[in-house]
Ligand binder design. Structure first.
Ligand SMILES: Cc1cc2nc3c(=O)[nH]c(=O)nc-3n(C[C@H](O)[C@H](O)[C@H](O)COP(=O)(O)OP(=O)(O)OC[C@H]3O[C@@H](n4cnc5c(N)ncnc54)[C@H](O)[C@@H]3O)c2cc1C
Length: 192
């Protein structure tokens, strides 16, 4: 998400900022660094009681609070997910679920898995990611992969993830290693 996008009105958005379906900047579609950099330029929001009282305490003690550059900040653990945190957690869930899918699934298991995957382009909260996924799934539908059971599903999902990696300029993952990464642990034993 490093490229600069255009607004519907033709204006330039700051690098990394993505618009949602409502035409407004989309927080869950944008990386925290790009989001906080842009928002720190605007008037500060009213602080929470805790922040305000911490600020008052430092002022009283004569301390000048120095904060890191916004671009160096990372998303605090208890804040709403940005596009990266949402992505990492979702991939963990999806790959782990695929790696524990039975080699010979029942009809009910196949139907549930298909519903889970086909619901993503509608429900995934990063709308721009969901749109890209929906287009990919039109040309690479998951039905056959699900029918084939665990190993075909693992590979299909690995290829979906690699399509996103490629779009984001990241290295492709070797899909032969998906079982080690998400179920068995690496052969060198470091996960045991
Ligand atoms: C469905 C979906 C669509 C997304 N679309 C976008 C988008 O359009 N734009 C955007 O900016 N972000 C998107 N993301 C988020 C993006 O894919 C990353 O999750 C995010 O950038 C954080 O990347 P990361 O480098 O931490 O590792 P991630 O890509 O989150 O990967 C997590 C771990 O998975 C393993 N892994 C990597 N590739 C594979 C693979 N092919 N198969 C199996 N395991 C693998 C690696 O061990 C890696 O550390 C999407 C996420 C999801 C779930």
């Amino acid at each position: 998400m490093l490229e600069s996008h255009s607004t519907p009105a033709g204006g330039k958005l700051p690098p990394g900022m993505v618009l949602g379906p409502d035409g407004k900047p989309c927080k869950v579609c944008t990386g925290f660094k790009a989001w906080t950099k842009e928002h720190s330029k605007k008037a500060p929001k009213s602080h929470s009681k805790a922040t305000a009282s911490a600020g008052a305490a430092s002022a009283a003690a004569g301390a000048i609070a120095t904060s890191a550059e916004p671009s160096e900040k990372s998303l605090p653990r208890d804040c709403p997910a940005d596009v990266e945190r949402l992505g990492r957690h979702t991939w963990t869930f999806l790959h782990t679920t695929a790696s524990y899918f039975p080699p010979s699934p029942s009809l009910a298991q196949k139907s549930s898995m298909l519903s889970l995957l086909t619901s993503l382009p509608t429900l995934y909260p990063c709308s721009s990611c969901a749109d890209e996924l929906g287009s990919y799934m039109k040309s690479h539908p998951p039905k056959e992969a699900v029918e084939g059971g665990r190993s075909t599903l693992e590979r299909w999902l690995c290829e979906v993830h690699n399509e996103v990696n490629e779009r984001l300029g990241k290295e492709a993952f070797n899909c032969d290693n998906v079982g080690q990464r998400w179920r068995d642990g690496w052969e060198d034993g470091r996960c045991d």
